[in-house]
Every structure is written in structure tokens, then in C-alpha cells.
Design a protein around this ligand. Structure first.
Ligand code: BGC
Length: 386
């Protein structure tokens, strides 16, 4: 198992190893230029202005915009201290407006699938948008990824932070109740991107919020992620039918290509998955209390990402539906398996499975979700030779 070297340790090594990286960038926790800046990022077809916020702790920089509360860019140093973007997306708002498979998006009101696009709650039937075969996916036709949120700089002791808020009206995409949602992105002094979600409602409704970033730790233009090494603290998963609706069973990953309990390259067994298009697109049950829930290492750049979450599940998706048709940053055509997603979530279709943790939020309750993406490197060239 490779090490996880935090950038702060890299920074300390720079004191004795001049020439490695840029000491100004790799300063100690409170020393970096911590800041939030704001710029105009265009307008929606309806004329609503969209803003882009840049959050930086001097080592890690995140860009997030009010359209879809989308993470558009995430710059992280590699093992030589050289920063680079690690998420797929577009250079301008137009790319996002033209339609895309949820790059960096905040997904809701209910992330993932609901079978048959309907559910009953407290004796009432609700019909949702049918947008994925006979099912509903990621909030419907106009989910939280396609609305313009309000933004506020809420930077504090934890680091530069921006809070996005949105009121999802009663009946939106078929869901009951006015839902007030807040999503806060923080770039912490511990080199984490932390996303906190909160929601309250005036009628009982299902709520599952997540972020749908497509990561490629070698950079969004650098081919497939099949060589990335993944560890998932998940000894179980929820098998699904052909439309990826859970059967309700919770099964062991042992002896299957879904066993990532020890570090394994994504490509090692991907062809054994019986799916068209081929690849991982499964909800894993995170072993209770596991921190981190997931760890990914890119052997080329040395970047390591650890994901910790309050959620019981994570959809591990390997960009199976990317087919070169979407041209992203720098005009690069995104190909199959060019990125992976780790969508921390409650289990798909929970409204139909009493044995899954409940996704129902009631008036007077507060929905919360926190997911932390922590960055470091697997080794530091000069340091490791000593
Ligand atoms: C789903 C995939 C889907 C992707 C983009 C993932 O969460 O599981 O099936 O293609 O999102 O929409």
C-alpha cells in the first residue's frame, strides 16, 4: 500500500530540499494566500447572470459556479509540486448549458435512480419525470444541476468557503414540498475540498444530495483512468436489474470484480463487468464508520485522493457512457473511462426498499450530508531517495 503524504509534509521537506516544487505555493497551513474571488461567468438563455467563485488555500484551488452549484475546476499539486486540474468540465458556461452528463454538478432533489419514476409517501402517490428508461435519474429533467443558485462568501477559520442556496418549489419535477437547500464548498487548510449539504422542507419528501464530479487525477485530458488504483472500504454492494434499479439485496463483493477492499487498478477486472457499455456503475455499501470510504491513487502524477463521507453508500461510476461526443476543456473529446465518479449517497431507489436507510425528510427535520475529498501525494521524489 502506497503512502499518503500530505502537502504540508512536502512543504516541510522543501526547507531541506530546495528546488522541489514552489515553496511559495507549498507553505504551511495558515501561510498560503487564502482567498475567495468572484467573476461573471455569462448568462443563462433566460438572462440570469451566472457567477464563478475561486477558492484557494495557496495549494489547492477550486472553482465553483452558481449554475448547478457546479465544481468546474480543481487544481491540486502532483508529486513534483506542480499543480494541475483533476476534474472534467468545460472552459465556459456555454458547454454546461449545451448539456452534459452532470460534470461537477450538485445533484438533487434525489440523486441516482427511482424505479418507475414514482413513489408513494404517507398514502399519496407521486409521479416524477421519466428521464432514464422508465425511471427517474438525478432529480429529473431540470434537477439541481440546471438551476441558478444564490452564492455567498462564508469563509471562516476552516478556510475559504462559498455557500450556495436554492429553494426548490413544491411540485418541482414532481417532488412534494418547498425544499430549502444549502451547499457549502470549503477548501480547508488540511488540503481538503469539503462539501456540506443542508436541507429543510415544509412537506415530507425524499432527499438525496451529492456531487457528480468526474475525476482524472492525471488531468482531464490525459486518457483513461484504468491505471488509477482504487480502494473502497466497502465489503458489500446493492445489486441492480438491467436498468440499474436495486433488487433490494445487499451482497458481498468477495470473489467479484467489485472487490476493491485492497488497492486495485480500475482496469484490472473492468471487462468482467457484465454491462453495456462496460464499466463500473454500482452502489457500494460503505463499511460502517470507515474513514476514508475511498482512496484513489494515480501512479503517473502521484496524486492521491481520499474520500470521507457521512453517507452510507457511494456510486462508483467509471464514465462508461462517455463516447467522445462531448468536447470539454481545451476542446478535448472525453472518451469512455476518461474519468471516475465517487458519488456519495443514500442507496438508489431507497423509497421502494424498507431495508435501505430512509431518505425521507420531514418538516422540522434538517437533512445534512458532508463529504470530504482530501488530497496528497504517494511519495516525494527527493525525499524518498534520502
Ligand atoms: C449513473 C450513471 C449515469 C451517470 C451520468 C451516474 O450516477 O449511475 O448510470 O450515466 O450518473 O448520468
Amino acid at each position: 500500500m502506497h503512502r499518503f503524504v500530505p502537502f504540508i509534509a512536502v512543504a516541510a521537506s522543501l526547507l531541506v530540499l530546495p528546488g522541489l516544487g514552489d515553496p511559495a505555493r507549498a507553505a504551511g497551513p495558515a501561510d498560503g494566500p487564502r482567498r475567495v474571488s468572484r467573476m461573471d461567468f455569462g448568462k443563462t438563455p433566460g438572462g440570469t447572470p451566472v457567477e464563478l467563485y475561486t477558492l484557494s488555500n495557496g495549494r489547492i484551488t477550486a472553482k465553483v459556479m452558481t449554475y448547478g452549484a457546479i465544481l468546474t475546476e480543481l487544481d491540486v499539486p502532483d508529486r513534483n509540486g506542480k499543480p494541475g486540474d483533476v476534474v472534467l468540465g468545460f472552459d465556459s458556461l456555454e458547454g454546461y448549458l449545451a448539456g452534459h452528463p452532470y460534470f461537477g454538478a450538485t445533484v438533487g432533489r434525489v440523486a441516482n435512480r427511482i424505479g418507475g419514476a414514482k413513489f408513494s409517501l404517507d398514502g399519496k402517490d407521486y409521479q416524477l419525470a421519466v428521464n432514464n428508461g422508465p425511471n427517474t435519474l438525478h432529480g429529473g429533467n431540470k434537477g439541481f444541476d440546471k438551476v441558478v443558485w444564490k452564492a455567498e462568501d462564508v469563509s471562516g477559520p476552516a478556510g475559504p468557503a462559498v455557500k450556495f442556496t436554492y429553494r426548490s418549489p413544491d411540485g418541482e419535477e414532481g417532488y412534494p414540498g418547498n425544499l430549502d437547500v444549502a451547499v457549502t464548498y470549503t477548501v480547508t487548510d488540511q488540503d481538503e475540498l469539503k462539501i456540506d449539504y443542508k436541507a429543510t422542507t415544509d412537506k415530507a419528501t425524499p432527499v438525496v444530495l451529492t456531487n457528480h464530479s468526474y475525476f482524472n487525477l492525471a488531468g482531464p485530458a490525459s486518457g483513461t483512468i484504468l491505471d488509477h488504483e482504487v480502494t473502497l472500504a466497502a465489503s458489500k454492494y446493492t445489486p441492480g436489474d438491467a436498468g440499474m434499479i436495486p433488487t433490494g439485496a445487499i451482497e458481498s463483493v468477495k470473489g467479484t470484480p467489485l472487490d476493491f477492499t485492497t488497492p486495485t487498478p480500475i482496469g484490472a477486472r473492468i471487462k468482467e463487468i457484465k454491462a453495456d457499455p462496460v464499466g463500473y456503475d454500482h452502489n457500494f455499501v460503505i463499511d460502517p464508520g470507515a474513514r476514508p470510504a475511498a482512496r484513489v491513487r494515480d501512479p503517473r502524477s502521484g496524486r492521491v485522493m481520499e474520500v470521507s463521507t457521512t453517507e452510507p453508500g457511494v456510486q462508483f461510476y467509471t464514465g462508461n457512457f462517455l463516447d467522445g461526443k462531448v468536447k470539454g476543456k481545451g476542446g478535448v473529446a472525453y472518451q469512455q473511462h476518461q474519468a471516475f465518479c465517487l458519488e456519495t449517497q443514500h442507496f438508489p431507489d431507497s423509497v421502494h426498499h424498507a431495508n435501505f436507510p430512509s431518505t425521507i425528510l420531514r418538516p422540522g427535520q434538517t437533512y445534512t450530508q458532508t463529504t470530504i475529498y482530501k488530497f496528497g501525494v504517494d511519495s516525494v521524489p527527493g525525499l524518498d531517495r534520502r
